[in-house]
Ligand binder design. Structure first.
Ligand code: PLP
Length: 443
């Protein structure tokens, strides 16, 4: 039986409508190099989504395979429970502390992003208990936020349609408007969106709130970049009420948005950074939280136990791979490359004056494209399926993989940071053509 048939018979895909999937069938990827992935029939695709927005250093780097094999031969596993640890986890924790802003020096490892978010939320609740605020358990989150699919992370997620079939969800996660300057009710007024946080804290009772959780730039929700003044004001409000600021940098970290942490660009230091994805560029699964010393110190001082963990947390092979990945990220100055290539992509597309693009925005190689029927009025296309999926299919037919915000007509362009100028130029061509063709078809 072909891979194609075996897949349809046995593999349950993530985020899928089963009937549609059985009709279309899978795209089985069998090898990859640089920014190109190849399917089982040998067809090549320029992966302008970098897997699921994580292959920052590109596919097929031999050094990563070598380091994984070396680590596996020396020590393939030891856990980080109780007093135990392993050398690779220790070295990676120290490296992350060095990369994080001042004051964030404590690292707890997970297997991916959702677990990082859950760990951050649990730490925030524990911190409030340590500070003598036993009722401080609410986590305020953003509408349009995506934090993962486990029950806790899903509860933090703000995309209502994404969660509606899975309730009841975890208690204590509440949502306020995302600072969405394109479609939000306060336009580009950053401090006004931040004021919603204070209003909500007061409405709930400050003693009942543990933390505010936010992606510095909302990814899955539609590449939403908070306007100026938003995060500084958020930081001030969090400090005023003694609540923690948790930054979900799972997607934005490690150069994706043009700097190691996107929060740097907003001039704000959070209390916890959640990381995953670009931490290993996807060579192995790994995530973690980087936590302010004062948070752990308070929990330690209060004598509260940290009854939390994962069997594979701090897996030495994943940690060794992460260290090598970060070395490449630094040596090849990929954050700078992300800025330069993002600029080339956005300028190239802007120059095309595509009538169906309402806005192109981005930081580094995290670029969003709003699709509209009418640019001046910012009118969206009507119809039950977003036009983005049609554009995605047209790009795919031309051998280019792109991302689409699932609940909004916004494309998400996030190629590996090692993408070449020539690949960017091809991407601009294909995108412009696909958007025009699909827009005209839908008029
Ligand atoms: N947080 C953000 C901002 C993400 O973009 C994602 C995944 O896309 C997650 C969390 C969840 O990560 P994972 O799929 O590794 O659990």
């Amino acid at each position: 039986m072909s891979l194609h048939e075996l897949d349809k018979q046995h593999l349950i895909h993530a985020e899928v409508h089963f009937k549609e999937f059985y009709q279309r069938g899978p795209t089985v990827i069998t090898r990859a190099e640089g920014c190109t992935v190849y399917d089982a029939s040998g067809k090549a695709y320029l992966d302008a989504q970098a897997g699921l927005v994580l292959v920052n250093i590109g596919y097929g780097r031999q050094e990563l395979a070598d380091i994984a094999a070396e680590q596996m031969r020396q020590l393939m596993y030891y856990h980080t429970y109780f007093h135990f640890s392993n050398d690779a986890a220790v070295r990676l924790a120290a490296k992350l502390a060095a990369l994080a802003p001042e004051g964030l020096e404590k690292v707890f490892f997970t297997l991916g992003g959702a677990e990082a978010v859950e760990s951050a939320a649990k730490l925030a609740r524990l911190y409030q208990r340590a500070m003598g605020r036993p009722k401080g358990d609410k986590i305020i989150c953003l509408d349009l936020a995506y934090h993962g699919n486990t029950m806790g992370a899903l509860s933090a997620t703000g995309l209502a349609k994404h969660k509606e079939l899975f309730g009841p969800l975890v208690e204590g996660f509440i949502h306020i408007d995302a600072p969405d300057s394109y479609e939000g009710r306060f336009g580009a007024d950053g401090p006004r969106y931040a004021a919603l946080l204070e209003e909500r804290i007061l409405a709930e009772g400050p003693e009942t709130v543990a933390a505010f959780l936010a992606e510095p730039i909302l990814g899955v929700g539609g590449t939403i970049i908070p306007p100026d003044g938003y995060f500084p004001e958020v930081r001030r409000i969090c400090d005023k009420y003694g609540i923690l600021l948790l930054a979900d940098e799972v997607m934005t970290g490690f150069g994706r948005a043009g700097s190691t942490w996107a929060m740097e660009q907003f001039g704000v230091v959070p209390d916890v950074i959640c990381t995953a994805k670009g931490l290993t560029s996807g060579y192995l699964p790994l995530g973690g939280v980087i936590v302010a010393v004062r948070v752990i110190a308070a929990i330690a001082e209060a004598g509260l136990p940290f009854t939390h963990g994962f069997t594979y947390a701090g897996h030495p092979v994943a940690c060794a791979v992460a260290l090598k990945n970060i070395e490449i990220y630094e040596q090849e100055r990929l954050a700078e490359r992300s800025v330069a290539m993002g600029k080339r992509l956005m300028e190239g597309l802007n120059a095309r004056q595509n009538p169906f693009i309402g806005e192109i925005r981005g930081r580094g190689l995290m670029v969003g494209i709003e699709l509209v029927k009418d640019r001046t009025r910012r009118a969206r296309f009507s119809g039950s399926t977003p036009i983005g999926f049609g554009v995605e299919a047209a790009c795919f037919a031309e051998g280019v993989i792109i991302g689409v915000a699932p609940y909004r007509d916004t494309l998400a362009i996030t190629p590996p940071l090692v993408i070449t100028e020539a690949e960017i130029d091809r991407l601009v061509d294909v995108l412009d053509r696909a958007i025009r063709a699909e827009g005209e078809r839908r008029m």
